[in-house]
Design a protein around this ligand. Structure first.
Ligand SMILES: [Zn+2]
Length: 227
């Protein structure tokens, strides 16, 4: 009844290290990637720190994310609320089909690029594409099940809310529940390169991995399969 799941965006090369970390602790993650940007080089300047923002190559997607879930993030990482209906469907559905081909299974998840969406966008995706759930960037700080999966709010954003991450971790470990409860953590793997917080994140995984009553699952398993 208790599920821990992770969601990491943009399909960057730091995902390779993150996958190794999840595998070490028997945990599963969903990676939201942009099929139209795969293989592109780049960097980001965040708080005065320059980090690589290099996208994984299309031919590597299947083996890098093996054992985890790949989900959509738009063909080109667009701000969807600014686009026409037609363009939204194209960005989401063409991306979904391409990713499904690369992975060899039906991709059904999605994360809003830049957290940008409105009710028109989520309804279009729900009614006109094969996407079954969409993640927003609004933290709930709770584990309560949600009904409208095309605007699914995560529990916590690790990078900006480190203290909250550990506080909620403690709370989830001691939670006794008869209803499905989901602890949903999201972020970007390149954020671990800023202030080198890889070890801090590993501490969190180690802490959660000791629980006997928590299942470690992908987003799809947490939101669609285990309800
Ligand atoms: Zn993104």
């Amino acid at each position: 009844m208790k599920y821990l799941t992770f969601s990491y965006d943009d399909g960057v090369t730091q995902d390779i290290r993150l996958v190794e970390l999840f595998n070490k602790y028997g945990m599963k993650c969903t990676f939201n990637i942009n099929s139209g940007l795969l293989g592109k080089d780049g960097y980001l300047d965040i708080n005065g720190v320059r980090v690589n923002h290099i996208k994984v190559k299309p031919e590597d997607v299947r083996y890098i994310y093996d054992g985890h879930e790949v989900a959509g993030h738009g063909l080109t990482h667009p701000c969807l609320a600014r686009l026409t209906d037609e363009k939204i469907i194209e960005e989401v559905e063409v991306d979904r089909v391409r990713l499904s081909e690369l992975c060899g299974y039906d991709v059904v998840g999605f994360a809003y690029p830049g957290g940008d969406y409105d009710r028109r966008v989520s309804q279009l995706i729900k009614n006109k594409t094969g996407i079954k759930y969409c993640r927003t960037v609004t933290s709930t700080h709770d584990f309560v099940p949600q009904d409208y999966l095309h605007e699914f709010n995560p529990t916590v954003y690790h990078h900006k809310e480190w203290d909250k991450l550990f506080e909620l971790g403690d709370k989830f470990l001691s939670l006794k529940t008869d209803t499905p409860s989901v602890f949903y953590v999201w972020g970007h793997a390149y954020e671990f390169d800023i202030h080198n917080s890889w070890d801090r994140f590993e501490e969190f995984l180690k802490m959660m991995s000791k629980a006997k009553d928590i299942e470690f699952v992908t987003n799809k398993e947490a939101l669609l399969d285990r309800r």
